[in-house]
Design a protein around this ligand. Structure first.
Ligand code: SF4
Ligand code: SF4
Length: 276
């Protein structure tokens, strides 16, 4: 079972939910797909993490074989190849490693080399297996790292909690692609409503089962009204709680504390019932 936790922006409570739900669930995997700013390991403090590079392929042109036909640069839809001063120049940052240019080159002038775009870290924390991806600074797309994370997690035959990147871009689409259930997290404000609407639309396009967690409730019914209008199930409302916020900001797994455990446990129970 794959459960994705997403929100329209960072700092809404996505990692709070992902970490605590995965910690409470039996036989679980926590996957940090927020590869541009992973912070799950601030909670899952693991000694001796294993680390592995994520490699993609980028093209290299052999100018002795290239006749300047430009078939490759015309083919590349990402504008990663340009014909400049009689030679093909490769813009590594724009390359999506599709391998197409190598296939279409009639002179077999294109080969590929490995390009390390980031790392995957993994380790065990009590009953939870933890996977975290990290995109190298300056790299364009975290999608290949997310693919690897999800591939690794799917081999484990456990309940997977996916801490998605914020927003609704292609990395988010990738991270929810195989999700059985999407938990949307929102704060009660106009900005929060806008962000919620973004991820609600995305999860709806992907035809996902959806539940909503309202974080830092203040009594403002703006998100409750939206949920009612959309027929969206509210899984729980987490009150504005100074102590919870402080513990969370210190990297504590708050569901270890009895008074917060029930809050997260109830969400788990509801989601499991909805999926099964
Ligand atoms: S397709 Fe091959 S031969 Fe043609 S410009 Fe590109 S690298 Fe050169
Ligand atoms: S591998 Fe694909 S994206 Fe990269 S330069 Fe070649 S055609 Fe363009």
């Amino acid at each position: 079972m794959n459960i994705a936790i997403l929100s329209g922006k960072g700092g809404t409570g996505k990692t709070l939910l992902s970490v605590n739900l995965s910690y409470l669930a039996e036989n679980s995997v926590y996957v940090d797909c927020d590869v541009e700013e992973p912070n799950g390991l601030l909670y899952y403090k693991i000694d001796n993490l294993e680390q592995e590079s994520v490699l993609t392929k980028i093209p290299v042109i052999n100018n002795d074989l290239c006749d300047g036909c430009r078939i490759c640069s015309d083919f590349c839809k990402f504008n990663a190849l340009a014909f400049i001063k009689g030679k093909i120049k490769v813009y590594n940052d724009l390359c999506h490693s599709c391998g197409g240019c190598k296939l279409v080159c009639p002179q077999k002038a294109i080969t590929e080399i490995d390009n390390a775009i980031g790392v995957i870290k993994s380790g065990q924390y009590e009953d939870t297996f933890v996977l975290s991806g990290e995109l190298k600074v300056g790299e364009e797309s975290g999608v290949p790292i997310i693919n690897r994370l999800l591939e690794e997690s799917s081999k484990l035959n456990k309940t997977v909690f996916i801490d998605s990147p914020p927003g609704n871009g292609c990395t988010v689409m990738e991270s929810i692609s195989n999700a059985d259930y999407c938990i949307l997290v929102a704060e009660p404000s106009i900005f929060g409503l806008h962000n919620l609407n973004m991820v609600y639309n995305l999860a709806t396009v992907f035809k996902k089962k959806i539940g909503l967690v309202i974080n830092k409730t203040t009594g403002d019914p703006i998100i409750n009204n939206y949920a009612k209008e959309k027929g969206l199930k509210i899984l729980t409302e987490i009150p504005m709680d100074f102590e919870l916020g402080k513990l969370n900001s210190e990297g504590e797994i708050v569901s270890k504390i009895p008074k917060y455990k029930e809050l997260f446990f109830n969400i788990l129970e509801t989601v499991f019932k909805e999926v099964n």
